[in-house]
Write a protein that binds this ligand. Structure first.
Ligand code: ADP
Ligand code: MG
Length: 168
């Protein structure tokens, strides 16, 4: 029997600041081994979301887009590996940039922009975060869907955040 599909949570934001705040709250709740796949078009807000996550992890360094260097590493409460696969052409290069080292049983957390480009390379379990434009210039629909196990607690937090309830 097919496994029951875990429920997705959608949260809408109306400014970059709101997206940053949401990501920061999520970042403060991440645990070692978690992987976030950030999906959405150019300018959707993936890097901005990653910056908020970093803030929530207590990263003090400036977080910049890894579009050209493919991966940046940061030290926070947990180590954070930030990938951007936009410019990667060949899946075989993932090994060279240390992708699997940081996404298969990572010691810290891994964030992957353009994760959907190489679906076969993704770990068994991750949180998919899709950002889509909304009705206005600064509106975004952010959908969180867990793939594989291990994200129940985080999903409960997100559900509470989406309802505007403090969850703990
Ligand atoms: P990506 O990494 O997906 O290409 P960026 O995070 O680099 O996108 O850029 C997102 C841009 O969209 C930023 O200039 C940001 O200020 C703007 N923006 C406007 N509204 C929002 C919002 N609600 N959430 C996130 N970004 C927003
Ligand atoms: Mg980006």
């Amino acid at each position: 029997m097919a496994r029951e599909k875990a429920r997705a949570v959608e949260i809408c934001t109306d400014s970059p600041e709101a997206t940053g705040e949401l990501a920061k709250k999520l970042g403060s709740r991440l645990r070692a081994g978690m992987v976030l796949c950030l999906v959405g078009d150019l300018g959707a807000g993936k890097t901005l979301f990653a910056q908020g996550i970093a803030a929530g992890l207590g990263v003090l360094d400036e977080v910049t887009s890894p579009t050209f260097n493919l991966m940046n590493l940061y030290a926070g409460r947990l180590p954070m590996a930030h990938f951007d696969l936009y410019r990667l052409e060949d899946e075989a290069e993932l090994d060279e940039i240390g992708f699997y080292e940081y996404t298969d049983e990572p010691r810290g957390v891994a964030l992957i922009e353009w994760a959907d480009k190489f679906p076969a390379a993704l770990p068994e379990a991750y949180l998919r975060v899709e950002l889509r434009p909304g009705d206005t210039k600064e509106a975004r629909h952010i959908t969180f869907s867990p793939v594989g196990g291990g994200y129940d607690e985080l999903m409960a937090s997100l559900e509470a955040l989406g309802k505007g309830r403090p969850d703990d």
